[in-house]
Design a protein around this ligand. Structure first.
Ligand code: PLP
Length: 403
């Protein structure tokens, strides 16, 4: 059970929008931040601020310790090793790192990459770009009418040329939770590696890299109650060790001469430049926040909200939910007969309800379903059934106007 006072921990949730108390259903885009995370950022700047790793003085040691403890905290949270945690700006940068370093480092013309048709652009475009640069081909795993991945088609698409399978844990449009363990086992059987985009999973369900049996995992802090500008790439140590660096600069070196550079050890080899040490400390605080509630409790609460909202939306005749997979996360996309998603989003906003509209950076899945966009509601731990009731009443009013 989630404490009904949880909203009090999130300062922004107490504000009003156009005179109405905010109903925030745009958590798939970014979550709000609890006071403890905001306070952690302030503490970093007021009490600790100093560049990490390079200093001998007190403050530098303090912020280095906070940064490295955060790495440890993340490693524990996902079941990886500390040196396997690469801090990045977010999911997008994590995926680009692998597309640059792994694909360019190890693949050759004629090799293949598979990604699914339900990916966010950030788990498609980097592969398309890498394929273009290196002469690889790429193929998309199709999605069935109910929003599940077509696993039979996936098996047929795999070949001895497939080097990497890139798939999302949870679709940011359909809410589909993919059978990652099974997908990973199939990829490995074919001799391919697997990268999982966990951007929409990390704050909503247990994500353990060992249990999932994956090779790379990417996620963003800002979708898990932490600030923007900090994210993670986890990769298997032996792969990361073999991969060439992504960017060159300070921090990532072992030794530099005018002629030649040798690179540092993991994880620093992939962290050129001053890292976001304030962000990493705040990310650790966000993990503390989630752990204090328990990821299983968060999951159960959001599952209840998903069921409740799905039932209510299905009772509205003109509403059609896109994505009805049996395994779904707290994300619902829908279209409405005779009303444009954009108009609905604008009108909901005037009633204090924040939703997202459009293609959600996943144009190919829109094309797959023959639509231009959806209205998307997405839940976090602080949402309630009362908010869903407010949203449903507001939607009904809007649909009466938009006939
Ligand atoms: N992958 C998925 C499934 C997402 O939903 C998002 C963002 O919405 C991303 C990747 C990109 O995340 P970021 O913009 O934080 O890099």
């Amino acid at each position: 059970m989630i404490d009904r006072n949880i909203k009090e921990l999130f300062p922004i949730l107490n504000r009003t929008i156009y005179g109405k108390r905010l109903v925030y259903f745009d958590n798939g885009a970014t979550t709000q931040k609890p006071k403890q995370v905001i306070d952690r950022i302030v503490q970093s700047y007021e009490q600790e601020n100093s560049n990490v790793h390079r200093g001998v003085h007190y403050l530098s040691e303090l912020s280095t310790e906070a940064h490295e403890n955060a790495r440890k905290r993340v490693a524990e949270f996902i079941g990886g090793e500390q040196e396997e945690i690469i801090f990045t700006r977010g999911t997008t940068e994590s995926i680009n790192l692998v597309a640059r370093s792994y694909i360019e480092g190890f693949c050759k013309a004629g090799d293949e990459i598979l990604f699914s048709a339900m990916e966010h652009h950030s788990n498609m475009v980097p592969w398309q770009m890498a394929a273009e640069r290196c002469g690889l081909t790429f193929k998309a795993i199709p999605v069935k009418d109910d929003g599940t991945l077509d696993i039979d088609a996936y098996k047929k698409l795999l070949s001895d040329k497939t080097r990497l399978v890139a798939v999302t844990h949870t679709s940011n449009v359909l809410g589909t939770v993919n059978p990652i363990k099974e997908i990973a086992a199939i990829a490995h059987e074919a001799g391919a590696k697997i990268l999982v985009d966990a951007a929409q999973a990390i704050a909503h369900t247990k994500v353990n890299v060992k249990e999932l049996g994956v090779d790379f995992l990417a996620f963003s802090g800002h979708k898990m109650y932490a600030p923007t500008g900090i994210g993670v790439l986890w990769g298997k140590k032996e792969l990361l060790e073999a991969m060439p660096p992504f960017m060159g600069g300070g921090e990532m070196i072992d030794h530099v001469t005018l002629e030649h550079t040798t690179y540092g050890a993991l994880p620093y080899k992939f962290e050129a430049g001053t890292p976001n040490y304030v962000g990493s400390a705040a990310l650790a605080s966000a993990i503390d926040f989630m752990d204090s509630i328990g990821i299983e409790n968060i999951h159960a609460h959001e599952e209840m909200l998903l069921k409740y909202a799905t039932e209510k939306l299905n009772q509205i005749e003109r509403v059609h939910i896109i994505g009805n997979a049996p395994e779904k996360s707290g994300i619902i996309s829908f279209i409405v007969d005779g009303a444009h998603h954009y108009d609905i989003g604008l009108m909901l906003d005037k009633m204090g309800i924040a939703v997202r509209t459009g293609h959600h950076c996943a144009e190919p899945i829109m094309t797959r379903f023959g639509i231009s966009g959806t209205v998307r509601i997405s839940f976090a731990v602080y949402n309630t059934t009362e908010e869903i009731d407010i949203f449903i009443e507001a939607l009904k009013k809007i649909l009466n106007l938009l006939r």
